[in-house]
Design a protein around this ligand. Sequence first.
Ligand code: HEC
Ligand code: HEC
Length: 353
Amino acid sequence: MENQKDLIIEALQLAIRRLLRLVVFLSILIVLIPLFVLNLTAIKDYLKSVGEDDLTPQTVDTTALVTTEIAETSMYWTPPSLNLINDDKLLDEVIYGKELIMHTAYYLGPKGTVAQQSNGLNCQNCHLNAGTKVFGNNYGSVASTYPKLRARSGKMESIEKRVNDCFERSLNGKALAINSPEMKAIVAYLKYIGKNVKKGEKATGSGLKDITLLSRAADPEKGKIVYENQCASCHQTNGEGTKDEHGREFIYPALWGNESFNDAAGLYRISNMAKYVKYNMPFGISHENPTLSDEDSWDVAAYVVSMPRPHKNVPKDWPDKSKKPMDHPFGPYADNFSEKQHKYGPFQELAKK
Ligand code: HEC
Ligand code: HEC
């Protein structure tokens, strides 16, 4: 009897010891596994940040969170501060260039104080924040990629030629003389803000952000409803915008009508319009928090480009027809799709060509 009790106690003790060991082993595992996983992500983040940026070891020596934040804020191109310019003459020129981008109409519009050269739009109406806003059609890649061969003209284009393209089309006006103080100032500004981008490379977040193609044609009728609900409060129901008290500059620029860009301008192409609007309008949104759906963006773009505006004859555009962008709304084309389909889509088949 005594013996049997001992045996049972012994077996019980053994079982308890095993159980305890199992518990200890499991707790160690529970503590170690997450530590290991966390560590791995921290190591990965560290390696990534070192690869992406020229961070100094001290900066990296903080937590993984801080290093990812640094990587994120420096993900997109930002212009160097004008305060860093030491040369006074250059500083004056760059500041005047920025002024001309922001208030083009004040200096060069129909009531311009320097000359009457262009319509009432400012470059900044389409190149937001003086051409520095991420995906706001910014100038980050201009200094690094020009002079370049452009398919539209089939020629090598200098920055001056490209600026004058926008004067003649987007501002429905006349080209500036290459040696005018205004052209020199604009070019000095464009070169200065893009100076830290490597030659031949594109700045991240420059130009416009891509938008998904619809499987149907964009619809001006549907776009009219979007326009009335989301755009007319600023750009007006007649699309002609509103001006300041002197009638010199727009407060809300004209989207169509005599005072808007002409039909040879880049923004007259529906894909550019849809991309610009989706990631920048209604005014104040950023590409990170768009409020319009892709469908609404295409439809409202269709409505805007369906409205009347100045016409410019450009028979020399796209000397190589096969290089015409899919949404160039004027023939002749290298394919058999209609002008209407090239203007409004559907683009899926066109995009494949
Ligand atoms: C109505 C809108 C609009 C206005 C106003 C406008 N632009 Fe543009 N600009 C565009 C669009 C859209 C593009 C891109 C076109 C494309 O890629 O087909 C562009 C492209 C450019 C580029 C080339 C950018 C690059 O990365 O290749 C330069 C430089 C430029 N514009 C300068 C100006 C200047 C300077 C003014 C004022 C004198 C101006 N633009 C006014 C719409 C506009
Ligand atoms: C809160 C006012 C406001 C609303 C709403 C608004 N915009 Fe704008 N829009 C502006 C301003 C201001 C500019 C010029 C920005 C600048 O100069 O900095 C502009 C510029 C534009 C431009 C380029 C300039 C031009 O004349 O072509 C287009 C295109 C445009 N808006 C389309 C739209 C569309 C489409 C909608 C509706 C989805 C819309 N906007 C809603 C204020 C607004």
